[in-house]
Design a binder for this molecule. Structure first.
Ligand code: SF4
Ligand code: SF4
Length: 507
């Protein structure tokens, strides 16, 4: 199949300069330990923080030195392809930080700045940092094509942390981190409200299916703790995915629970480039594992949540031997396990008429393995989809799997004021999607990331693709599920059947 690109746009200097994130309010920044307002000595503070971050991060240190300006990354960023602004070329984004680092932290930059492309940290430069480090969704696509493996997202994260240090935090990500740290989830949903939501959903499922499917909360000594993005509790189409996996777990007789303490899988500390924030939010997952006495931690449909839990949790938290596999698991791993062991039955005829295509979310495709297979992050979701729908078609080579294009809303850019950028950033994905809609009559775009689902629902109409239904993978799994089949109790961690199974009556 031909690739959708190269269609490399002519550059248009500063075409995206008007897309500026809203600044965090003072109270939120201060609650996170940052200045509430821009500080007077911002230049000295920013230069010092840049030095600290580079000294404390070996990858960042290497990335400061190894770019050969080969140009392989220039046309790989969806924001450059969508906006034409050359500052959105990954190498140019990197140079915003690298040229300043060179100026203040290298001998040649101090004495021969004109020779090595070193630049002063001026107020204009600081403003460009704010502008363009918040036009990077930290998707890491550029790193796939860089012969040196330079990951621009690391530089964007460092840039954001420096900006926050001088009192220029971004509102969207800081507000969410503060709320998740204080209450436990991005929505600010307190335990009683969460319980109400889950009970209402149980009633909805009972009305729809006639089956008493439970959505247990804070129930100790279950086998599995499921932590999902809080968008799954409310948002459309996310909630259909939650209903889908609740039905699946019921049908399989799995012993599981949600936690009100760890009621958020997403972790915006990653986006902010602040390890302390990321660690504090990640710790809630492990605390809930200990408090509830579960032996498996399963992460729901959220891209960067899986990167944090699947890849970064051991380095953030340490030993995970309390978990039966010594690591967190992705929901897709569990679902395939249930499917392959015959604990659930999927009938694709129940999704008659669905022609699906699968969007590989960045933080899953390029962020963490899934299951034991090296290609699990690509194959496990597709294995489920093939079992759940009559037809699955692939978008063009070069736009899926490791080379997938970002939805355009990741990395903390899902805010309203950035909508024009989000529409432009979604252009490469929309182009590939349009091709399979026209060629194969695709009806559903399937994703396993809360941000992708929200973003696509918002921006596809602007690309004349509003007829494509954005869907959670587990919504289709739930729709294909033979729910009336007798539930087979699943063995517990020691091979012992859990006391409460699908036969337990509804509350
Ligand atoms: S591909 Fe890598 S080495 Fe080449 S210009 Fe881009 S960042 Fe530099
Ligand atoms: S990480 Fe993604 S958004 Fe950022 S520069 Fe690279 S391709 Fe663009």
């Amino acid at each position: 199949m031909n690739t959708v690109y190269p269609i490399i746009p002519l550059i248009e200097q500063r075409a995206a300069a008007a897309h500026v994130s809203h600044r965090a309010d003072a109270a939120t920044s201060e609650a996170l330990g940052y200045p509430g307002e821009p500080v007077e000595n911002w230049q000295a503070l920013a230069i010092a923080r840049l030095g600290e971050l580079v000294a404390g991060n070996r990858a960042l240190r290497v990335f400061m030195d190894t770019c050969t300006r080969c140009g392989a990354c220039t046309d790989k960023c969806h924001y450059y392809l969508g906006t034409r602004d050359p500052n959105n070329m990954p190498v140019a984004r990197q140079e915003l930080l690298r040229s300043v680092w060179r100026r203040y932290h290298t001998w040649s930059g101090r004495w021969l700045p004109w020779l090595v492309g070193a630049r002063e940290l001026t107020r204009e430069m600081l403003d460009d940092w704010y502008r363009y480090f918040h036009q990077c969704s930290e998707c890491r696509r550029c790193a796939v094509f860089c012969p040196k493996g330079i990951d621009t997202s690391e530089l964007s994260m460092a840039g954001r942390e420096i900006l926050a240090t001088v009192g220029l935090g971004q509102r969207y990500t800081q507000t969410i981190v503060e709320k998740a740290g204080r209450i436990g989830n991005n929505l600010g949903l307190k335990p009683a409200a969460l319980r109400d939501v889950l009970e209402n959903l149980e009633e909805d499922i009972l009305d729809e299916t006639g089956v008493a499917v439970r959505l247990p909360l804070d129930e100790p000594n279950r086998e599995i703790l499921v932590v999902t993005p809080s968008a799954d509790f409310f948002a459309e189409p996310h909630v259909d995915g939650l209903i889908g996996y609740a039905k699946m777990l019921h049908a399989a007789g799995v012993s599981w629970t949600f936690s009100s303490h760890a009621s958020e899988a997403a972790n915006f500390g990653l986006f902010n480039g602040n390890l302390d924030q990321e660690r504090e939010l990640a710790a809630r997952l492990v605390e809930a594992v200990y408090v509830l006495g579960v032996s498996r931690l399963v992460i729901g449909e959220c891209g960067h949540a899986w990167r944090v839990a699947g890849e970064r949790l051991p380095s953030l938290i340490g030993d995970l031997s309390i978990l039966i596999k010594g690591r967190a698991e992705h929901l897709c791993e569990l679902s395939v396990e249930l499917l392959d062991s015959g604990r659930i039955t999927l009938d694709p005829a129940r999704n008659a008429g669905v022609v699906a295509t699968y969007h590989d979310s960045c933080n899953i495709a390029r962020g963490a393995m899934m299951g034991e297979r090296a290609d699990g992050a690509f194959e496990l979701p597709r294995r489920l989809l093939r079992a759940a729908v009559p037809t699955l078609v692939e978008m063009a080579d070069g736009t899926t799997r490791r080379e997938t294009f970002c939805c355009g809303g990741g990395g903390g850019l899902l805010s309203d004021e950035l909508m024009p950028l989000r529409v432009q950033g979604a252009e490469p994905r929309a182009r590939a999607l349009r091709r399979v809609v026209e060629r194969d009559a695709v009806t559903h775009l399937v994703a396993i990331c809360a941000i992708c689902k929200t973003q696509f629902g918002s921006v596809l109409p602007a690309h004349d693709l509003e007829r494509v239904r954005v869907t959670s993978l587990h919504a289709l799994v739930g729709d294909a599920l033979v729910l009336d089949a007798p539930a087979v109790p699943m063995p517990g961690p020691d091979g012992i059947e859990p006391a409460d199974t699908a036969t337990e009556p509804a509350r």
